[in-house]
Design a protein around this ligand. Structure first.
Ligand SMILES: Cc1cc2nc3c(=O)[nH]c(=O)nc-3n(C[C@H](O)[C@H](O)[C@H](O)COP(=O)(O)OP(=O)(O)OC[C@H]3O[C@@H](n4cnc5c(N)ncnc54)[C@H](O)[C@@H]3O)c2cc1C
Length: 505
């Protein structure tokens, strides 16, 4: 097995061990072709079984993962283009990887191809004058909090520190600043993208604006984004946030969900995250509630009063956090555990416009029954992210390909809630998988039925992989997206993430 580190034009080939004959012959032909290209110092080509390969391909979710024979880890943007050209010349499928936190089962359609591991392209530069940040595709959310905070700025991100910033942006990017600043993709000013033919394009409102539109919501389909520039904002209220964690016993489900429902539309500076989990000590289902407010404690507790008034709770913790430490510490400090690599996560997602209390109670009961009968899957959870969306809705629907910001269309200006069912077990192949998938589809269907959308709709980055294109991208956006796909990736090179068609309908 071989790992090739490129040092200038010199190729250092390390023969490590032998592998199956078939792989070996692919490897020889691949490395022979790879040697014909000029690679920058630091770019690494590694093959299955080597430590470099493991490092370049290790994922967060190992449920239905993509697999590779070769990984290319470019050290510079130009080598991304070279990697694309090489994979195409070899006629092997390719998949770019950013934070490697993709949860879609469509990624499993990639088997035995080339991983273009973007982790070394991890530069961050803040331009105080332009009020922007430019990041490489190897940057994770957790990398930008501190430098931005120290410079007096903030940007909307997801809630965990570990997903790739650009990878998340390409689908939307939802989180605790949705109400104040919008989706992560709403902050995008421009991006550089390597197309299937290896050419590099800049996309922005003024440069290739049509592709820029498509990148903002379906961006995994057109090329490899090698850098992205976002607008940032001055720290809101000095960057001080209030976080409250509560354990809500199952007896209070109904009053809890009524309180959440009564708070809608959620104020722009308040978010509520509810997780139905199994408590192994008490041997019963309970709700974990994470309330987060952008501002100091007194105002925060006032905004959260409809839920706090349901107390006392068996556990209640109030903390004041600086924004750069918020996502590590909010929600029961779950971030560290959430970000552990190589776990099984079988995730069903769906969007809701309306918060139907009887449905909430009924799906928590379904989860509870599941925990009772399936002990192997007691790490599973139903996660309800009740985000405000004032700033998301302030952006015109046709400004980007992201399809689910139009919640006001359905009346009363309720929030758009993105929800997930995370089904989990420890051992690949465990018989609990069939029961878990059946529950996932059942709970998703129950929530979709009262979602206010009339049918299942799902944020692309939370989609399982069995949903219709319309459920993911929205029927209205699909014709334009298909035209872009036909123009920029007619051979469907970028096909492993809820692939767009080249014509629609
Ligand atoms: C623990 C966890 C927490 C999450 N929290 C949130 C959240 O708070 N908010 C939210 O919106 N989403 C969240 N997500 C979902 C997240 O948006 C998606 O999983 C996203 O695809 C992760 O991107 P990645 O780069 O880490 O993953 P990858 O697996 O590296 O990539 C996913 C897909 O994007 C493509 N891609 C990645 N980078 C590029 C690039 N530079 N150019 C072209 N294509 C690229 C890949 O080819 C692949 O098809 C979370 C996921 C996890 C696992």
């Amino acid at each position: 097995m071989r790992v090739i580190h490129f040092s200038g034009l010199a190729i250092l080939a390390l023969v490590r061990s032998s592998v199956a004959a078939a792989v070996q012959s692919n490897e020889s032909s691949f490395s022979a072709d790879a040697a014909r290209y000029r690679w920058a110092p630091g770019t690494v080509i590694s093959y299955k079984g080597s430590p470099d390969f493991r490092q370049a391909t290790e994922r967060w979710d190992i449920y239905k993962p993509p697999t590779y024979s070769v990984a290319i880890t470019p050290a510079v943007e130009a080598d991304v283009a070279t990697a694309v050209k090489l994979a195409r010349q070899q006629k092997v499928p390719l998949l770019a990887t950013g934070g490697r936190h993709g949860i879609s089962t469509t990624l499993a359609k990639m088997q035995g191809g080339v991983a273009i591991d973007l982790s070394k392209l991890n530069s961050i530069s803040i331009d105080k004058k332009a009020v922007t940040i430019t990041v490489g595709p190897g940057v994770r959310f957790g990398d930008v909090y501190e430098p931005l905070y120290k410079a007096g700025f903030q940007i909307q991100t997801g809630t965990a520190t570990c997903p790739g910033m650009i990878g998340v942006t390409l689908g939307g990017g939802i989180g605790r600043l949705d109400g104040l600043q919008g989706l992560v993709l709403d902050a995008l000013v421009s991006a550089r993208i390597v197309l299937a033919n290896g050419t590099l394009l800049e996309v922005s409102k003024t440069s290739n604006p049509d592709l820029f539109w498509g990148v903002q919501g379906a961006g995994q389909n057109f090329g490899v984004v090698t850098s992205a520039t976002y607008k940032v904002q001055p720290l809101y209220k000095g960057g001080i946030w209030t976080s409250v964690d509560l354990i809500v016993p199952i007896e209070k489900n109904l009053s809890y969900f009524k309180a959440v429902s009564g708070m809608l539309p959620m104020p722009a500076d308040l978010t509520v995250q509810t997780t139905a989990v199994y408590n192994t000590t008490l041997k019963r289902t309970q709700l974990l509630s994470s309330l987060v407010y952008a501002g100091p404690k007194e105002a925060g507790l006032k905004a959260m009063a409809p839920i706090l008034n349901l107390g006392p709770f068996p556990f209640q913790n109030v903390s004041t956090l600086a924004l750069d430490k918020l996502n590590e510490n909010a929600m029961f400090q779950a971030n560290a555990a959430i970000c552990v690599k190589q776990q099984i996560f079988d995730v069903y997602g769906f969007n809701l416009k309306t918060f139907d209390v009887p449905t909430m109670v009924s799906v928590v009961r379904k989860m509870s029954d599941f925990f009772d009968t399936q002990p192997a899957a007691r790490k599973s959870a139903l996660l309800l992210e009740t985000w405000p969306n004032q700033a998301v809705m302030a952006v015109p629907d046709d400004a980007t390909a992201y399809p689910w910001r139009d919640a006001t269309t359905y009346g009363r200006g309720l929030i758009e809630e993105i929800r997930q069912i995370e089904l989990r077990w420890d051992t690949p192949g465990d018989p609990v998988e069939a029961a878990a998938n059946s529950l996932g589809r059942d709970v998703r269907a129950a929530l979709a039925a009262t979602s206010g959308y009339g049918n299942l709709t799902v944020y692309v980055n939370y989609a399982w992989g069995d949903e219709s294109l319309e459920s993911i991208y929205g029927a209205k956006k699909l014709p334009r997206l298909a035209r872009l796909k036909a123009q920029y990736d007619p051979s469907n090179v970028f096909q492993f993430y809820h692939a767009l068609p080249t014509s629609y309908p």
